[in-house]
Design a protein around this ligand. Sequence first.
Ligand SMILES: [Zn+2]
Ligand SMILES: [Zn+2]
Length: 393
Amino acid sequence: MKKIFALFLTILLVTTVGCTSDLENNNQSDSSQTLLSSDVAVSSEEASSSGIVSIKQDITTLQPLKAHFLDVGQGDSIFIELPNKETMLIDAGNNADGNKIVNYIKNKGYSTLNYLVATHPHADHIGGMATVVESLGIGGIYMPRATTTTKTYETLLTTIQLKGLKIKTAKAGVSIINYGDLKIDIVAPNSDSYKDLNDYSAVLKLTYKNNSFLLTGDSETVSESEITANVKADVLKVGHHGSNSSTSNAFLSKVSPKYAVISVGKGNSYGHPTADTLTKLNKAGISIYRTDEVGTIIFTSDGAKITVDKNASSIKENAPPQTTTSSKITSSTGGKDYDDTPITNVGYIGNKNTKKFHLPTCSSLPAVQNQVTFSSRDEAIASGYIPCGRCKP
Ligand SMILES: [Zn+2]
Ligand SMILES: [Zn+2]
């Protein structure tokens, strides 16, 4: 039985990859266009290769752009209403979130997603996506060329196939739309293979006149450092739920956002977001918005000004370190393919002054304002800290 399943999966993957390369090699026969409801659904890339003059739409008199960072607990899902009334969904939370997301979109008056992006195949990003694909009209689907063998991923691929949809490869250099004033570009991944599935994350830059959003999925510092496109943005969806493995200082200064959104579950077992990330954002004077604190967050842009419907987080600089010790939470997917390695212990506490790091149980911990947390021993050492002689971490 297992063998049959493996065979089925292999065929499925081969077919999917086959479809993708077909599409890339032959833009002129892009059948996905027929699924788009709008008459301007010719991307500049396709247009230039097929000899059609790129159609630009006057979007100045239309609705404002709205980016809804949906509260899906520990996961990501971003619904975007574009000024030309097209829609985009980036990620779809965990399995149990599918219906919630569909209802949210329907309640806004839409029955079609013109663009659907799965940043990477972790269950907290694609968990609800099969339900979304089943329930709504779907235009273009973008996914990075990364595979995994989870049930969630396999179900999503099957659902996409059954609906007769084709997957376009999400990678740096792909332009999803380019209507002049309104652009959506994929700026990562820049490589073909990574050790960590998170680094395959499709990173999107959305630009509407003078406003821009950078949506990073779970991309980590490896991918961040490879991005050559201009990532400067007003709003940053903080990578990997605010984990230490993302949002390097170099990357943050390139983006230099005014607003940061952290999509994260209350009391999650991963210790997300980390005190380090919060401190970094605070020090840079960035207003932080967290879904675990205020629920769904809606940013509205008229192309010149951005407004937010919620209050920023009141976290002060030098936020206390995370003390999460709870065991791994039971995910809606049964935990089998749940995202990321959970932090099973508090990690390590460093002293900013002495540059020594300790076990959380050490008797000579520094004062709270001098503490910095590390999720692993390696991380502490890589940051230039040395082990405490007393607790010998
Ligand atoms: Zn994630
Ligand atoms: Zn992930």
